[in-house]
Ligand binder design. Structure first.
Ligand code: CMP
Length: 139
């Protein structure tokens, strides 16, 4: 299968807990290459736009507040079967249900503060990567 991409964020809880390094190590050990990366803090407006697909959900307000509460690391990752393999590496959205050894099992605090984001489809990976990175910022 052709090499493709996924998009990830290391969320404010994992940054605050000083887990950027260990999470990047798991990403590298999982066979992913870092195509693009930046360290930034989202405004509420930017977080709301990024998660607009969830705007009808009861947790949307909490999600937007949380994702703009502190700095994050945004990155584009490449690997064959990137979207599905990254979802396997990070584990279930709810860390209580995440497989042992997955990034969320190891580093997440709760369903909201769940350490990392991972794209759920190739289409969304492209949309999410474009939200953060221009062509000139990808290698
Ligand atoms: P993420 O993969 O970034 O995609 C949407 C996010 O919404 C998800 O991770 C969780 O952090 C958050 N989320 C999903 N369900 C809930 C919930 N029931 N309560 C709070 N946050 C949630």
């Amino acid at each position: 299968m052709a090499t493709n991409i996924t998009f990830t964020m290391i969320k404010p809880d994992a940054v605050e807990a000083n887990n950027i390094g260990p999470i990047l190590a798991k990403i590298n050990e999982g066979g992913f290459r870092i195509v693009a990366m930046k360290y930034l803090r989202l405004t509420k407006e930017q977080a709301g736009e990024f998660y607009a697909v969830h705007s009808a959900r009861p947790f949307y307000g909490e999600l937007v507040e949380y994702m703009s509460s502190g700095p994050i690391v945004a990155a584009v990752l490449s690997k064959d079967n990137a979207v599905n393999d990254y979802r396997t590496l990070i584990g279930a959205t709810d860390p209580a249900k995440a497989e042992k050894g997955t990034i969320r099992n190891l580093f997440a605090k709760s369903i909201a503060a769940n350490a990392v984001h991972g794209s759920d489809s190739d289409e969304n990976a492209a949309i999410e990567a474009d939200f953060f990175f221009s062509k000139l910022e990808r290698f």
